[in-house]
Write a new protein. Structure first.
Length: 233
């Protein structure tokens, strides 16, 4: 870098008019180990205000879209399965994957799902996402395929602060096998009194995704051909 004489840093006045290509010299201080070089300067170029939005937006390849979300899902699942192969137990990704899959299954887009979850935290109460002003709670099971991993228990929700519950059953590779929908009042009346909920109990709801006879790509949540029904509370 070309060395420059030390001088007070020059910043544009708060009242100055910055033109589309204004140049301002800014002084900086940096540390270089084993060197006496510690000061220098650079020129900053102010761009047109109308270009600021372009600068702040992500590059086209990083925009939040369905293709990118499906790719993220695939990479997440691949990493989890590789971890399981190496260390015996897969990371706990079932909730994250099932919530995304359920949103897409009922007709949401990846973009809408992302917006719905943008203010959510790990301890958010009640619902997992909102679609068409309805709150959705998601429960899911994914057997590991190991002895004793057959699904016999479905966790109950801790509260009824939701409008619909979706239960998803996966195979060991996180391919969707079944999905069932429950309106809150129906769930409360039929399953609320039960202390233990089984997959058979959940199959009394409205089928969203049919069980697949074979493990094919067409049975995956990303490539399903199901069209969500009109949902009314």
């Amino acid at each position: 870098m070309r060395r420059s004489a030390l001088a007070p840093a020059q910043y544009p006045s708060p009242h100055a008019v910055v033109t589309p290509r204004s140049r301002v010299r800014v002084q900086f201080v940096a540390s270089y180990p084993h060197s006496s070089k510690s000061r220098g300067s650079l020129e900053a170029v102010f761009v047109r205000p109308t270009n600021l939005r372009t600068l702040l937006e992500p590059a086209p390849g990083l925009r939040h879209n369905s293709r990118m979300s499906d790719d993220l899902r695939a990479r997440l699942v691949t990493a989890a399965l590789q971890w399981e192969t190496a260390f015996g137990v897969a990371p706990a990704i079932t909730s994250a994957v099932s919530e995304y899959d359920a949103a897409i299954l009922i007709g949401s887009t990846a973009e809408a799902y992302g917006v719905s979850c943008s203010t959510r935290t790990v301890v958010s109460r009640g619902h997992d996402f909102i679609f068409q002003n309805k709150r959705y709670q998601v429960k899911a099971n994914r057997p590991s395929g190991k002895p004793g991993s057959t699904v016999t228990l479905v966790n109950k929700p801790k509260n009824y602060d939701w409008d619909f519950l979706v239960w998803v059953l996966y195979d060991r590779a996180f391919q969707m096998r079944e999905a069932w929908l429950w309106p809150v009042e129906q769930y409360r009346n039929q399953l609320g009194p039960k202390t233990r909920i089984s997959p058979g109990d959940m199959r009394a709801g409205t089928r969203l995704f049919p069980a697949a006879a074979v493990d094919t790509a067409s049975s995956s949540a990303q490539n399903h051909s199901f069209h969500a029904p009109q949902l009314h509370s």
